[in-house]
Write a protein that binds this ligand. Structure first.
Ligand code: NAD
Length: 502
């Protein structure tokens, strides 16, 4: 799409320590989901722009990896201070371009800051290991060194946090970094890169290239890139994983999700309802950890449904920037229509629409992409709505008779990102955490959200790769191990060559 609003600012890339216009004139309008108003134009950069960023990163690498690790950590401490000072502005930017409520956006920015805090531990977490006397007088040690030039490709739903699953750890470990934000939400990272500019890193240590598919493909194919971190939908994750591996890159590709929340008959209902509501409808259901299927076990259905429906009906849909809004718009009108289509087809297949988010939207701005929270009861595991990612404020309810049956339903999914169980039963929790096939598990928690100091990712089609995001896995991903085996011939008493030369 070409912009029709001439006065809009066109965003720049950040390459080699300077703001740089993209080499192309093709742009997309960045649209505010709450109003439909264009906010800026984002350039759809080309392979030449990627090449410039990778060249700058490669040039920066030798000097940056030689900056001592404590000094690299100090830059991260400084980055943390800069982010904290501007966190409200960053949160407002997230709300403006992505649509989520300010409360959600503030939490997102706080999590990004936590990532920087975790990365400041690099002088400890990047340590290697040593073993004396692997043979007589011979020691073996493993040291960690940066991988090289690392790139990250981000989705639209966390404009601030997802890039920070990678950036602070990558540069803390001594790598150079290239970020491609989602072209739907590129503005928050412009602010972030203004702050990174203030850090006075060597030119080329961090780079930002705006754009879409062409930029991704150029990054995947570029011989100057050593590692790729991707977060987005499952089909693109697969494509990224395969194509980047073809050129020998290290890859972690976090994909889509279909997250189940199992409710046992003994669950504490009021707390469970608030956990389910936050999980299913927070960020209008556009979280990879959003619970989108409730599996009720036995009489849990009867206890749960009425309060769940009542609490859902009480939610206020509106502009995420308004304090009274509980649920903001979805990312675009196209997304709204796609999600509404899922509700139509589920209803046609026999699901009962007990709360209908397609209705009751009068009074909201015409250009906004609003869709209210929706609950579909009477869903069976075979229906497409129970199997495919909807990525919107739609919660489906499936009944199971036993925990075994619930676990079988959860494990039949091709996805395995996150899941939760609500119960007061220790043995049920133990069974569930042991048997369930998912990377992140919540116990009486609706969203088993990323914690910076722990690894985060899914299983099965939700993740391709070996090393998860952040936590200790980040250091493993952003370093290469080198094992050195050594022996010395002197006796340490002045007979070695060093002592002779003195
Ligand atoms: P998306 O896959 O459409 O886009 C992600 C990135 O890939 C964007 O930067 C986009 O420019 C690029 N891209 C899109 N299509 C491409 C193509 N054909 N070739 C190359 N690059 C392409 O995802 P999205 O809609 O921005 O984000 C929502 C998805 O991300 C959901 O599926 C959600 O579950 C997933 N997600 C997963 C996690 C996780 O941790 N697993 C976290 C956040 C979001």
């Amino acid at each position: 799409m070409t912009s029709t609003t001439p006065e809009l600012r066109t965003l720049d890339n950040y390459v080699g320590g300077a703001w740089t216009p993209a080499s192309v004139s093709e742009t997309l309008d960045v649209i505010a989901p709450a109003s439909g108003a264009p906010l800026a134009r984002v350039p759809l950069s080309a392979a030449a722009d990627v090449d410039a960023a990778v060249s700058a990163a490669r040039a920066a690498l030798p000097a940056w990896r030689d900056v001592n690790v404590i000094e690299r950590a100090r830059r991260l401490f400084r980055l943390r201070e800069l982010l904290v000072a501007r966190q409200e502005e960053l949160a407002r930017s997230v709300t403006a371009e992505m649509g989520k409520t300010l409360a959600d956006a503030r939490a997102e920015v706080a999590r990004a800051i936590e990532m920087v805090e975790a990365a400041t531990a690099i002088p400890t977490t990047m340590q290697g290991r040593i073993l004396e006397d692997v043979s007589r007088g011979i020691d073996a040690e493993t040291i960690r060194q940066p991988v090289g030039v690392c790139a990250a490709i981000a989705p639209f739903n966390f404009p601030m946090m997802v890039p920070f699953w990678f950036l602070p750890f990558a540069i803390g470990c001594g790598n150079a970094f290239v970020l491609k934000p989602s072209e739907q939400v590129p503005m928050t990272q412009q602010l972030v890169f203004e702050l990174l500019h203030e850090l006075e890193l060597p030119a080329g240590v961090v780079n930002l290239v705006n754009g879409g598919r062409d930029v991704v493909e150029a990054l995947l194919d570029h011989p100057g890139i050593d590692a790729i971190s991707f977060v987005g939908s499952a089909p693109v994750a697969k494509l990224v994983y395969e194509r980047a591996a073809k050129t020998g890159k290290r890859v972690q590709a976090l994909g889509g999700a279909k997250n189940h929340m199992v409710v046992m008959p003994d669950a504490v209902i009021d707390k469970t309802v608030s956990g389910l509501i936050g999980s299913a409808f927070g960020a209008a259901g556009q979280r990879c950890m959003a619970g989108s299927v409730v599996v009720t076990v036995g009489e849990a259905h009867e206890r749960l449904l009425e309060p769940l429906v009542a609490a859902t009906r009480a939610l206020t849909v509106g502009d995420g920037a308004d304090a009274q809004s509980d649920v903001g718009p979805v990312i675009s009108c196209a997304a709204r229509d796609r999600i509404a289509g899922w509700i139509d087809s589920a209803a046609a297949e026999g699901a009962e629409v007990v709360v209908d988010g397609r209705e009751g939207l009068d009074g909201l701005p015409d250009g906004g992409s609003f869709l209210g929270p929706t609950i579909l009861d009477g869903v069976t595991p075979q229906m497409p709505i129970a199997q495919e990612e909807v990525f919107g404020p739609v919660l489906t309810v499936i009944r199971a008779e036993t925990l075994d049956e619930a676990i079988a339903i959860v494990n039949a999914s091709r996805f395995g990102n996150g899941t939760s169980i609500f119960t007061e039963s220790g043995p049920a929790v133990r069974r569930y955490r042991h048997d369930v096939e998912a990377g992140m598990v919540g116990v009486n928690i609706g969203v088993a959200a990323p914690v910076a100091f722990f690894p985060f990712s899914g299983w099965k089609d939700s993740f391709l790769g070996d090393l998860h995001a952040h936590g200790p896995d980040a250091v493993d991903f952003f370093t290469r191990k080198k094992t050195v085996t050594s022996r010395w011939f002197g006796d340490g008493q002045g007979t070695g060559s060093y002592f002779v030369e003195q």
